[in-house]
Design a protein around this ligand. Structure first.
Ligand SMILES: Cc1ncc(COP(=O)(O)O)c(C=O)c1O
Length: 381
């Protein structure tokens, strides 16, 4: 039983799942080269936006024939742009295993009113991809941020599918191996694994997705910020930095800084190794305690970014109040900020382990978690 407070705090207690911790070398100085007060359509603005796109391709290893665009409204904007622009041409399957995936189901069924087949798994589990018909268009979230359950690989997705795969990868990109040849649309925002800012989305399109855009016009109206084509042709400018509307050049500069930091730690492989080491520290902690466990039931599906934890001691009386109490103690001590589970998820904790988090900070936080758990248990009694 640990009842005394640990001696040392994490140097950086930011464990939020979005916006996530900034890169360890970040300071406001990192933005000093931003072309503020200049037009994003001036040569300097376009150069910065193109640089952000080129670095994204380099760090993520995006195939040369895939388009990368910076779009409005963060990851949600990128996903909804894809749903509204591409769906309706053929039957649709919607896969969900936590709240964000469920949000896309609502979009497609209630707003677009498509008669989609819906496959859902409860928190902690994942949809069985062997049951999915990839001749339909399939929409899913690679890493369920609110359940900490991820797709282990793209192996179950056939390379010769007839449908498109539309993947919300916002909490997976830069930390998990996205199977590019199995994905036709990939979206993310800058605020997750790279610790960038919210507000801007990235939309990546395979040649097959572009072919769909150029051969199919949805039955419903598209607002200007969703429009990817003009007169039946892809607006190529979007994919070289001619954004649909005005981006924040401060945020673009911040993203470029994060991408260069990513390169300095070994690019994608280095980022993934950092997330793996962070999450492993938590997995090891749970493995040696009988009161806490990963929400993800199958170890192969455990997220290395949004690690979701549940308290398993049957002596806990009110699970939701208990988990909130632990998170509150961690926050009050400055040991872990924003570590409560998502509002729609089962009671517990969610500790961000993405690449910008330092493993030493995870290691320094864990004794505090033990202390907060014991303190809450004592308070309950
Ligand atoms: C899986 C997933 N999809 C979508 C979103 C929404 O992202 P944004 O707020 O960047 O639009 C989040 C945010 O946490 C997320 O985790």
């Amino acid at each position: 039983m640990t009842t005394t407070k640990p001696a040392a705090l994490p140097a950086n207690p930011r464990f939020s799942s979005g916006p996530c911790a900034k890169p360890p070398t970040w300071s406001l100085e990192a933005l000093s080269d931003a072309p503020v007060g200049r037009s994003h359509r001036a040569a300097i603005g376009k150069k910065k936006l193109k640089e952000a796109i080129d670095l994204t391709r380099e760090v993520l290893g995006v195939p040369a024939d895939y388009r990368i665009g910076i779009v409005p409204a963060s990851d949600t904007g990128a996903v909804e742009m894809a749903l509204w622009s591409l769906l309706g041409a053929r039957p649709v399957e919607m896969l969900a295993w936590e709240s964000f995936g469920e949000g896309w189901v609502t979009d497609v069924v209630k707003q677009l009113k498509l008669d989609a087949e819906i496959k859902k798994a409860p928190y902690g589990q994942i949809v069985d991809f062997a049951t999915v018909d990839f001749d339909k268009d399939v929409v899913f979230t690679w890493n369920g941020t609110t359940s900490g359950v991820r797709l282990p690989s793209g192996d179950a997705i056939p390379a010769d599918r007839a449908g498109l795969t539309i993947c919300d990868a916002t909490s997976a990109a830069f930390a998990q191996d996205l199977a590019w040849d199995k994905l036709d649309v990939v979206t993310f925002s800058w605020q997750k694994v790279l610790g960038g800012e919210g507000g801007h989305g990235v939309l990546i399109l395979s040649p097959r997705a572009v072919e769909r855009l150029e051969s199919y016009t949805p039955a419903w109206p598209l607002p200007k910020i969703f429009r990817l084509t003009s007169k039946g042709k892809l607006i190529e400018g979007i994919f070289v930095g001619e954004t649909i509307n005005t981006p924040s050049m401060l945020c673009v500069e911040d993203y470029i800084f994060a991408l260069n930091w990513a390169k300095s730690v070994g690019g994608f492989t280095g980022l993934q190794a950092r997330a793996d080491a962070n999450s492993q520290a938590i997995f090891d902690f749970c493995a040696t305690r009988d009161w806490i466990d990963n929400l993800a039931e199958d170890a192969a599906t455990r997220s290395n970014t949004s690690v979701c934890l549940k308290f398993t001691n049957p002596a806990i009386k009110d699970g939701a109040a208990f988990a909130k109490g632990v998170a509150k103690r961690l926050e009050a001590e400055g040991a872990a900020l924003d570590a409560a589970s998502y509002r729609d998820a089962p009671a517990g904790l969610r500790v961000w382990c993405g690449a910008t988090v330092e493993t030493a900070d995870v290691a320094a936080m864990l004794p505090w978690l033990e202390w907060a758990y014991q303190a809450e248990l004592a308070a309950q009694a």
